[in-house]
Each structure stands twice: as C-alpha cells, then as structure tokens.
Design a protein around this ligand. Structure first.
Ligand SMILES: [Fe+2]
Length: 135
C-alpha cells in the first residue's frame, strides 16, 4: 500500500525532477512498507541504502540544473539537501548496526522532506528554471 502518493501538487514543472521525485516516492513507499510489516533490519537498511544512493544522484542533478539557471537560492537549497542526506546517512548507520529504526520518527522525517522540501523549496525554483528554458 502506497503511503505517499505523488500527484500534480508535487510537480516542480521540470520533467527530470518530477520523474526523479516520483522514483523517490516509490523508494520511500517501499521503506514505509518494510517498516510497517516489521521486516527485519536487513531489508530496512537495504532500502535505506537505496534511498540514500538515489537521493544523492537526484540532488546532484537537481543542483546542476539550479546552477545552470543561476538560481539565486542555490546555497540555502543545497543546505537542505545536505541536511537530508546527513539524516538518511544516520538512519543507514543505525539500521546497519542492527539498531531498529523508530518508524514514526523515520516516517516523519520522510514526510517532512516530501511536504516541505518538494512542495516549498523545490517548487520555488520552477519559474527560474522555466525562464532559463529548463522544463
Ligand atoms: Fe531540492
């Protein structure tokens, strides 16, 4: 069951980013499912590892587009990316060490990221990128 569903309200009006955000929703749903049904730490940490890897790739590509468009809010945007990566790294370390993740805490982190980061911070770049011909 998908806990987080991508819909148009998440669109940042840049095809590559929307596509990568959809993929992130998928991985996050896999993680939520794994935790919900009480899958072992091994599965949970494998999924967290995938989330971390995909997130890094996505952030790099998104930041490259922001640079290309001379986006004025690049630095604070990168700060949010860094913070999220650090949080997921912490979670990965924790699950790899066999310490069970607090699923409420993890889901709150992911929800905060989806809702606040994509819906506010990411959506703020739409006009700037579109004006630079990036769609
Ligand atoms: Fe972003």
């Amino acid at each position: 069951m998908a806990l987080f569903t991508w819909n148009d309200s998440y669109s940042v009006k840049v095809a590559l980013c929307d596509q990568q955000h959809k993929k992130l929703f998928e991985i996050i749903n896999q993680l939520a499912d794994a935790m919900r049904v009480g899958k072992g730490n091994e599965i949970v940490s494998k999924t967290v590892g995938e989330l971390l890897q995909y997130t890094r790739t996505h952030f790099q590509q998104e930041e490259a587009l922001l640079k290309r468009a001379n986006y004025p809010q690049l630095a604070p945007h990168q700060e949010q990316h860094k913070k999220f990566v650090a949080d997921v790294e912490g979670l990965l370390k924790q699950t790899r060490e066999g310490r069970a993740a607090n699923s409420i805490q993890v889901l709150n982190l992911l929800r905060d990221w989806l809702v606040n980061h994509i819906q506010k911070t990411d959506k703020a770049y739409s006009d700037c990128l579109n004006a630079a011909g990036i769609r």
